[in-house]
Design a protein around this ligand. Sequence first.
Ligand code: ASP
Length: 589
Amino acid sequence: MYRTVTCGELRLADAGKIVTLAGWVQRIRKMGGMTFIDLRDRYGITQLAFNQGTEAFEKANGLGREFVLQVVGQVIERQAKNPQLPTGEIEIDVKQLTILNPAVTPPFTIEDETDGGDDLRMKYRYLDLRRQCVRKNLELRHKMAFEVRRYLDEQGFLEVETPVLVNSTPEGARDFVVPSRMNPGLFYALPQSPQTLKQLLMVSGFDRYFQIVKCFRDEDLRADRQPEFTQIDCEMSFVEQEDILNMFEGMSRHLFKTILNIDLPKLPRMTWADAMKYYGSDKPDTRFDMTFVELHDIFHAAEANKAEEERFSVFANAAYIGGICAKGCATYTRKQLDALTEFVKRPQIGAKGMVYARVEENGNVKSSVDKFYSQDVLQQIAAEMKAESGDLILILSGDDAMKTRKQLSELRLEMGKQLGLRDPKKFSCLWVIDFPMYEWSDEENRLMAMHHPFTSPKPEDIPLLDTDPASVRANAYDMVINGVEVGGGSIRIHDAQLQEKIFEILGFTKEEAQTKFGFLMNAFKYGAPPHGGLAYGLDRFVSLFAGLDSIRDCIAFPKNNQGRDVMLGAPGVLDPIQLDELMLDIRKK
Ligand code: ASP
């Protein structure tokens, strides 16, 4: 037997026992006649003690970090106890030491506070994963996936695997493709999600499906995006939106309770239109208020009474003027305000400038646009914003209401951060509902499906499909936690004709729709039940529970910002023979 106990389980009550342990050398301390080694495995750390004069002591002095050892010894009470460590009251008086494998010195320290930078840790990810703080994220991930399965199984869901080699389907992102050797010139695509397949499973009568499944999207990467990521993908038959929201609110409640011991209150619901109006975002961070107040009416009325040359042209011409009120921030210095202005002017945000106003002790409002507006107007603004003495009002304006709202949203989040209102240990969850069916794409010069082309319009909005498709709302919903979209889905179209019409509005010709989605529309002709579903991003869900900034830390082997796995050297070049076999002659270029 390699071991009788793990490095995490011995306590004072075990004193006197003879045990065998195996693990890695975390640290060696030599103190005169004694040598101490911290031995580590997945379960914890146990201190080994070696006494001068023993054979084991001699051997111990020749060890280095990360050697793999097996020791036999007696559990004894420690003299200097370590209350930080669950095993901190005992140590092992080692009688026998076997080196199972030596190790070269690792390129960074295997400690929570490591000296290794990102790149180095990614190159040696297997060593990085030895660090407790990284490993515990993967333990959390396992537990969450396990509880998801437990909950869904109890609700009668079946986990069904769908293929990874599929066909390209337009769902917003670029596909990763795989050349087919047996079908020269033809390509598989890796699924962006099993969307159409899970809908076919509903046609097959599976009724309640789920799958914890890898999905692939060839997009530009960010902290919360990886080219391959994991979804908790779900679909149900004979349901309305309400049934889905309840079922999956239940799943989230189960996860919060079993994993974090938090009782999740009933989730509030916010329409997409309100989310945009009050937070400038379809995934509002509702851990704090600071909601938008629209100010164009007051400013435009003030401008209307003025002579041309006295106007503040920025506001006079703006289609949208909105503000947020930062409680107690009237003390912000000029320097802090300039920094905020710089923040909103960064190209990623794109505002032209920022106007501010402080409500002073005596109730007077002092603003950066004092010369254009009377105290009376500024008081109206303060009243509209419910700003009180000591508060700071920040205002953005622009020609495009949606764009300006998004800029103001960034400013709101930044203020939330500066004021410590975005505590990762606090959770605020909600459903955002009633998304628009379509959004206009400047790039493609056409309407695009906001969720995906299989999403059902709200029945009462169906007549608008012919007259004003841009205003049609969808039976689509997202679950948002702390400003992160953790899940989203919709009630689907199950009627072949309506589906055809939607493809038409999206600009597909009949033939294109037939080639790409003929299989689905055909299936619908054979008795498709009403159905709907959603998918959660498991990586995002786990990183929220872990309080992480990036989803990378809860993925065992993530890719970097260039989509590369620096450890595997992927993506890599192919051998010319392989290229020939695949009929891919990239050398021609
Ligand atoms: N397939 C969708 C997605 O990946 C989720 C859904 O509608 O169920 O976003």
